[in-house]
Design a protein around this ligand. Structure first.
Ligand SMILES: Nc1nc2c(c(=O)[nH]1)N[C@H]1C(S)=C(S)[C@@H](COP(=O)(O)O)O[C@H]1N2
Ligand SMILES: [Mo]
Length: 167
């Protein structure tokens, strides 16, 4: 009887651990879909996130100048690295796709090498599509001025709707 009870307790524990590892389903509107080589999904082979899920990931806030803003501007949101960890991304590059059909190839190592932010907010406010929202990939131009050039500007995708993880 004791053995049976502890066996049951074991199964229950494994069950709840598995649940803790899984990705919750979004409660609000889906902001971004992560596709490709990921191990943590919540919608078929993909992982979808609403704004609350994104803003609950480990994040960052930085005030910096960009080619797209008139003056120093504060961007905040999850670290790209945190999102990639959350979905169990395995690969070498990302195809970051925008609502306007623009897309850019971003080496996955940019997420670890630099404090790249998947910005959800500009000066504290959510960004409308007109204001380059809902998501804008921001490189740390303040601490890494060597990134302030066309190579990284082209990776600074705004109006992001999908991130594909590629080998
Ligand atoms: N969504 C989206 N992001 C984008 C682009 C785009 O067309 N759409 N162009 C990229 C490129 S190639 C560069 S150089 C810069 C251009 O910014 P600009 O159009 O303000 O000069 O943004 C990048 N991010
Ligand atoms: Mo560009």
């Amino acid at each position: 009887m004791k053995a049976l009870l502890s066996a049951i307790a074991g199964v229950v524990m494994i069950g709840s651990l598995a649940h803790a590892d899984g990705l919750d389903a979004p409660k609000g509107d889906v902001v971004v879909v992560i596709t490709g080589n990921i191990s943590n999904t919540n919608q078929g082979d993909t992982a979808v996130f609403d704004m609350d899920m994104l803003e609950n990931l480990p994040g960052l806030s930085k005030t910096l100048e960009t080619p797209w803003t008139e003056e120093a501007t504060t961007f905040s949101g999850p670290r790209l690295q945190a999102l990639l960890r959350e979905v169990g991304a395995q690969g070498s590059k990302l195809i970051v796709k925008a609502l306007n059909d623009y897309s850019a190839e971003v080496p996955m190592e940019d997420a670890d090498k630099f404090e790249t932010i998947l910005a959800t907010r500009m000066n504290g406010d959510l960004m409308s599509v007109r204001d380059k929202g809902p998501l804008f990939l921001i490189y740390p131009f303040d601490t890494n001025p060597e990134l302030f050039n066309e190579k990284y500007f082209s990776r600074s995708v705004w109006q992001i709707s999908e991130v594909e993880v590629v080998e």
